[in-house]
Design a protein around this ligand. Structure first.
Ligand code: UD1
Length: 429
């Protein structure tokens, strides 16, 4: 499942079967990777559970090992034990470049060691994804930031608290500044901070480790630096994006799916939009039941949390392509996130793009196609499109999907989907 050569495999999807049954999810990708990076802040051992079996996790483990952290990862059990007794400031460039989330090591290294040297990370290709907000915040805290070719170096012998107002509530910048601030001298205030549930999860774990953070879940975080943090055991929060993806897949196929280990409160706006689109959603304490028959049009605007997540936008577009009427979708977070639309249009979707707005006319009859070069969320959306298309869809570059969705194929198969992971060579030539 986590075969690094997975780009030599494809997903073959045959449309038509409604998804039915129960799927139980694990912890959130966007939380787990940051919790792992936070291990750099104390000499451990940090014991994490509900770590998802996704491809980015072993890369983060390798990166941390290369930074001097002892890492004991058990993907089968979903546990990770990390002990950063004597870390050094320069994570290995090859691992750093493989995942965007490696940038999350910058803040903890600066907090713990007062310096860091990091290759510029990779990950999805969904926009410029600059690091200017990270750099400006660290500079306000007394750091000097040097840009070398393909690398950033931060030196901060006198790291201190500061008043920081972010231009945009960036998830990554909020987390990095937070992780530097917990061990800085004095008070840091981050205004216009990101409020995503995964940011809150990180804040709560840091508090459990002894950090002093007020305003968790609000746009203003106040962090009073402490001398040191202590190790804890922590359970990663559920993956709202994975849950939203299965919910939309259930709805678009006219299915009936129960999703277990979800926090419905993290999905308030996606659930409002699913209901507006004609889906019946029943909320339990930690579960959702999603059923749909006739889909209706809806309008969606992506925004930082609690807005509609950009990470569910491609999946929502697939859903709306099957609704009876015209829907509108506006993307405000990542400038190039509509690139998936061209693939969907090749399958027969009727979508008009004007800048960061899209007009979706449904219901469109989708036909199977070969889809390539999609990022993690667009890849999942491509699979969803395949589940409702006539004939066979081949999704290539599935290593992207493996970065964000644990056991995607077996979980969909268990829900009745006709999907298989097969060697790409079967479709070459
Ligand atoms: C995180 C998530 C990603 C999600 C995104 C928005 C992880 C590993 N990834 O990404 O799945 O789609 O939040 O919810 O958690 N920006 C700048 N300068 C900066 C930082 C960001 O201009 O210094 C811009 C980016 O180019 C982008 C926007 O801000 O247009 C959002 O970025 P950000 O919130 O930082 O996303 P990530 O943390 O990269």
């Amino acid at each position: 499942m986590l075969d690094p050569t997975s780009s030599t495999e494809v997903f073959r999807v045959r449309g038509g079967a409604p998804l039915r049954g129960t799927v139980t999810l694990s912890g959130a990708k966007n939380s787990a990777l940051k919790l792992m990076a936070a291990s750099l802040l104390c000499d451990g051992p940090l014991e994490l559970s509900q770590i998802p079996a996704i491809a980015d996790v072993p890369v983060m483990a390798e990166l941390l090992r290369g930074t001097g952290v002892e890492v004991d990862l058990d993907l089968g059990a979903g546990t990770c034990r990390l002990e950063a007794t004597d870390p050094h400031p320069q994570p290995p460039a090859d691992a750093v470049r493989r995942i965007r989330a490696s940038l999350s090591c910058l803040g903890p290294l600066v907090g713990r060691l007062r310096r860091a040297r990091l290759a510029l990370p990779g990950g999805d290709r969904i926009g410029a994804r600059a690091i200017d907000l990270h750099a400006r915040g660290l500079e306000a805290m007394g750091a000097s930031v040097h840009h070398h070719p393909g690398e950033v170096e931060v030196i901060a012998p006198d790291l201190h608290g500061a008043m920081i107002t972010l231009d945009f509530p960036s998830v990554g910048a909020t987390e990095n500044l937070l992780m530097a601030a917990v061990l800085a001298d004095g008070l840091t205030v981050i205004d216009n901070a990101a409020r995503e549930p995964e940011v809150q999860d990180l804040c709560r774990m840091l508090v459990a480790m002894g950090a002093n953070i007020a305003g968790i879940g609000s746009p203003t975080l106040e962090i009073e630096g402490v001398e040191r943090l202590a190790p804890v055991r922590w359970e990663t929060c559920p993956d709202r994006i994975e849950a939203g993806t299965y919910a939309m897949a259930a709805a678009v196929t006219g299915g009936d799916v129960v999703i277990e280990r979800v926090r419905p409160a993290d999905l308030t706006l996606p659930l409002i939009k699913l209901r507006a689109a004609g889906t019946v959603v029943e909320e339990g304490g930690s579960s959702l039941r999603v059923k749909a028959d006739e889909l209706a049009p809806a309008d969606v605007v992506t925004l930082p949390y609690p807005g509609f997540p950009t990470d569910l936008q491609p999946q929502m577009m697939v859903l709306l392509s099957q609704a009876d009427g015209t829907s509108r979708c506006t993307e405000n977070v990542f400038e190039s996130r509509f690139s998936f639309v061209h693939e969907l249009a090749r399958m027969g979707a009727d979508i008009e793009i004007d800048g960061h707005h899209a007009l979706i006319r449904g219901p469109a009859r989708l036909r199977g196609a070969t889809l390539a070069g999609l990022d993690v969320r667009a890849g999942a959306a491509g699979v969803m499109a395949g589940l409702v298309a006539e004939g066979e869809t081949v999704v290539r570059d599935v290593h992207h999907i493996d970065r964000g969705y644990a056991r995607f194929v077996p979980r969909l198969q268990a829900l009745g989907a006709d999907i298989a992971r097969v060697p790409a060579s079967e479709f070459d030539g």
